[in-house]
Design a protein around this ligand. Structure first.
Ligand SMILES: Cc1cc2nc3c(=O)[nH]c(=O)nc-3n(C[C@H](O)[C@H](O)[C@H](O)COP(=O)(O)O)c2cc1C
Length: 187
């Protein structure tokens, strides 16, 4: 299986979220489009991460595809943790999106997704997203996972931090419609 995974080289995303004034975000390699009708995108978050703790109670996620020149964002969002009082958003340019999530100014493409479901997948929780709005970014190419990359994740998977997992598995569909959606997003 490792041979397969080493060849896969998934894109590295910055996934952001917010709850009131609390913001969080991390690098995500586990993601994929998982339905066309309705259009849905799956992002997998580890409960070890601060981002999960916020996302688990939030209504939406911001998903950013990085350009191939944006390795510096992996250092900020993938190798630091907000559990150590790091404000990752102090060093990047961002704005508050339609759904309230931070939207990064610099990326290759982005969308905001309403959280349609949270599914326990093992050591990650799958967040099924209904795209609400999105657009292109200025960076070209796609930054992909490098099997030889010397990554130092802010939270190694073996830490075993217990986060609360008390949100419902599935969000009420009527509630989900509360974000005005251009579905599919216009880009
Ligand atoms: C290359 C790479 C891929 C990663 N993929 C994921 C992922 O798919 N899901 C996840 O929850 N964390 C993933 N991480 C780990 C988080 O990005 C990392 O632990 C981050 O520091 C967590 O920050 P936080 O505690 O502020 O949320 C990845 C890290 C790296 C470097």
């Amino acid at each position: 299986m490792q041979v397969f995974l080493n060849r896969l080289r998934p894109p590295l995303l910055v996934v952001t979220t917010a709850l009131g004034e609390e913001r969080s975000g991390c690098i995500v390699g586990f993601s994929a489009q998982c339905s066309t009708d309705p259009l849905r995108y799956l992002v997998c978050l580890s409960p070890e991460n601060h981002t999960f703790a916020v996302a688990h109670r939030a209504e939406a996620l911001g998903v950013h595809l990085l350009g191939e020149d944006q390795r510096d964002l992996v250092a900020i969002f993938g190798e630091e943790t907000s559990d150590q009082r790091v404000d990752k958003f102090a060093t990047v340019s961002w704005r508050r999106g339609e759904t309230g999530v931070p939207v990064l100014a610099d990326c290759a493409a982005w969308f905001e997704g309403a959280i349609a479901a949270q599914i326990d997948l093992g050591d990650h929780v799958g967040f099924v997203l209904r795209p609400v709005v999105g657009g292109p970014g200025d960076h070209s190419g796609v930054l992909r996972f490098d099997p030889d990359g010397d990554y130092q994740p802010g939270h190694p998977l073996a830490e075993g931090i217990e986060r609360r997992r008390d949100a419902p598995d599935r969000v009420d569909e009527a509630e989900l419609e509360s974000f005005p959606a251009s579905d599919p997003p216009a880009y």
